[in-house]
Design a protein around this ligand. Structure first.
Ligand code: NAP
Length: 299
């Protein structure tokens, strides 16, 4: 028999992930800080709780997908947090992208409460969350992963055990180096294609069929050429991830020059008030240098 699941954080990612759990027939209790965002998932059959603590009291497996490290701390600790309601033997799976060292601290607290913790950050964008095709990078005990594998299978296509607690977050930081460097490459490439007078849709079709393709080019390129800046992933959250990458690089003495450059370009966009736009609006930083714009907004 399946366990009682709890899901905390129904944003762009969590909303799609929780919906896929409900659609797969699991018993899911949800909580979101902004209560109105629970409606799409409760309409599918999930029940709503009044706090993270209540979710934990009603669940044997609690999944989290909130924004940043302090936000995971906020829903985990304190009188209304998950740990206050966690029963011995319960398991927490954190799908947010947060600090590996803070993850290890929170896992220790869950253990003290008689439970356990897996870090399971995800990759695959809002599209992957909606379609249930995410890649989930799991750190923690292998037996804990086997326990939750049926639930992760409902949300993802590639579920990989990458090592002890904290390793999932570390792999995700490595993932983010590739994401932002590919994003930067896609922006530079499309700006050059446009300046060279190419039809951008045709150029994209040729480029995505060859060795230069990337997820960013294939999924965000089409948005960029019609100047659609709606976020699958916001600049503010992308910047949070790069900060975690650069902190880890600093701690470990690893040079990350291109990642550092992208951090500075995103910072300039945040100063222009664009932090809530999609991460592909990175091209606007290059447009600013050039005094020209890529693509055309649809009429
Ligand atoms: P989002 O749409 O901004 O959603 C953030 C969620 O966190 C919302 O439910 C928000 O609640 C909640 N939250 C934030 N601070 C909170 C706090 N202090 N207490 C309680 N709840 C809080 O972000 P997202 O794109 O879904 O991203 C969620 C996580 O997945 C992040 O760690 C992100 O890095 C990671 N991720 C995102 C993507 C992507 O493509 N979007 C891909 C891979 C991984 P409210 O509704 O009340 O604001």
């Amino acid at each position: 028999m399946s366990e009682k699941l709890g899901f905390i954080g129904l944003g762009i990612m969590g909303g799609g992930m929780a919906a896929n759990l409900v659609r797969a027939g699991f018993d899911v209790t949800v909580w979101n800080r902004t209560a109105s965002k629970m409606a799409p998932v409760t309409d599918l059959g999930a029940s709503a709780a009044g706090s993270p603590r209540e979710v934990a009291e009603r669940s044997t497996v609690v999944l989290i997908c909130v924004a940043d490290t302090p936000d995971v701390v906020a829903v985990t600790e304190g009188p209304d947090g998950i740990l206050a309601g966690l029963s011995p033997g319960s398991l927490v799976v954190d799908h947010s992208t947060i600090s590996p060292s803070e993850t290890r601290r929170l896992a220790g607290m869950a253990e003290e409460a008689g439970g356990s913790w897996l870090d399971g950050p995800v990759s695959g964008g809002s599209e992957g969350a909606e379609l249930g095709t995410l890649s989930i990078m799991v750190g923690g005990e292998a037996s804990d992963l086997e326990r939750v594998r049926p639930y992760l299978d409902a949300m993802g296509k590639t579920i990989t055990h990458v090592g002890p607690v904290g390793s999932g977050q570390m792999v995700k930081l490595v993932n983010q180096v590739l994401v932002v460097v590919n994003m930067q490459a896609a922006c530079e490439a499309l700006l050059l294609a446009d300046a060279g007078g190419l039809d951008l849709e045709t150029a994209l079709s040729a480029l995505t069929g060859g060795a230069a393709n990337s997820w960013m080019l294939a999924n965000r390129g089409p948005q960029m050429i019609v100047r659609d800046w709606r976020p699958g992933f916001t600049i503010d959250l992308q910047q949070k991830d790069i900060r975690l990458v650069l902190e880890a690089g600093d701690e470990l003495g690893v040079p990350l020059p291109t990642t550092g450059l992208v951090f500075q370009l995103y910072r300039s966009l945040q100063h222009r008030g664009l932090g809530s736009e999609g991460q592909h609006a990175l091209v606007k930083a290059l447009e600013h240098m050039m005094g020209a714009e890529v693509g055309e907004a649809p009429e």
